[in-house]
Design a protein around this ligand. Structure first.
Ligand code: SF4
Ligand code: SF4
Length: 329
């Protein structure tokens, strides 16, 4: 069956027959320790499912892949205001993209019996599936880059029980001699093999990690308090791309948030501002930790750190202690 998908202004859709995927680059990533403390990534059953999606859904015949642009205009936020990765300033993409995929399937009158939808929610090789489906190439910054949309995009997949045929054209590597992302990463986290070392990456330390941020990383964060878009920002393939597509309702709560106020944010305010955004993943203590580090980068104020250390025992207080200990060395 061939479907003429409507790839819209900010959306690319493709599909491939179910198959095994090449997981060697992923195994290499795990073996050299780039996953840091994300131990769930190396669980044996999860690796097997990544290689063979049949193990997730034995009935599946195809995967429909969605790549959706979310880039919008935002100037560089200057201290003392806090900077957030662009995706985190939108309402949580998991629910919005899943609803979009559900509606897409309904619109095409397909797969009403068996389907399984993933939006960054399970052990499948999202970028590799997108690459094999012709939606882009894996750039040196490890992102799936699409010629038309760039890489400020979300990926989603629907495993379906119908065979879909398409003439797929794999996009060749378009990075060429460019190495802007590698040179621009403030913590040298990107190697020469299209892999990012999470042990160094600011996104990992401000989103995934539940530990204090090491000083050598934290000192490079400037006023970032959730994620880091630098290796996307510098990529020439992201220039002049924008269009909110299905992500129309950007949250205004992110404007003019001072780093200091984030250090002292309370639970009620945290949930009100961030409860329906990806930022809730870091929890209030994660955001406090990041804001403490950013505050020190901006103000170098050790008396503020002493106050935070007295006021909080959570990760925020621990980060303040970590900085103070380093100052006393
Ligand atoms: S997200 Fe930031 S820290 Fe991480 S690899 Fe990209 S530029 Fe480097
Ligand atoms: S910045 Fe250059 S090297 Fe890095 S992903 Fe973009 S095109 Fe490739």
């Amino acid at each position: 069956m061939i479907i003429d998908y409507k790839s819209g202004e900010g959306i690319e859709v493709s599909s491939i027959g179910i198959r095994d995927f090449d997981i060697q680059p992923y195994l290499d990533y795990l073996n050299i320790g780039y996953a840091a403390d994300m131990n769930y990534l190396s669980r044996k059953d999860s690796i097997m499912k990544r290689e063979s999606p049949y193990l997730i859904a034995g009935w599946a015949k195809s995967i429909i892949v969605f790549k959706i642009l979310y880039k919008f205009e935002k100037g560089k936020v200057q201290p003392p205001y806090a900077r957030f990765a662009m995706y985190s300033m939108l309402r949580d993409y998991h629910r919005i993209l899943k609803e979009y995929i559900e509606n897409f399937l309904t619109e095409y009158g397909l797969f009403l019996n068996k389907k399984m939808i993933y939006v960054d929610t399970g052990p499948i090789m999202e970028r590799e599936i997108g690459r094999v489906a012709g939606l882009g190439w894996i750039g040196k910054n490890s992102m799936l880059i699409n010629r038309r949309l760039g890489s400020y995009t979300f990926l989603g997949e629907a495993l379906v029980d119908i065979k879909l045929d398409r003439n797929l054209e794999i996009t060749p590597d378009m990075c060429g001699k460019c190495d802007l992302c590698i040179r621009s990463c403030p913590v040298n986290a990107i190697d020469n093999n299209r892999k990012v070392d999470s042990n160094k990456c600011i996104s990992y330390h401000t989103i995934e990690s539940r530990k204090v941020i090491p000083m050598e990383i934290g000192r490079k964060m400037e006023n970032m308090v959730f994620g880091c878009d630098i290796c996307n920002d510098v990529c020439p393939w992201n220039r002049s791309k924008k269009g909110l597509t299905i992500f129309k309702n950007r949250k205004k709560e992110f404007e003019n948030l001072k780093v200091e106020d984030l250090v002292y944010i309370d639970e009620e305010n945290f949930l009100e501002k961030f409860g329906d955004t990806p930022i809730k993943r870091a929890k209030i203590q994660g955001v406090r930790r990041n804001a403490v580090m950013a505050h020190f980068n901006i103000f170098n104020d050790d008396r503020f750190l002493e106050r935070v250390s007295r006021d909080f025992q959570d990760l925020g207080g621990q980060q303040a202690n970590e900085i103070l200990n380093n100052l006393n060395k």
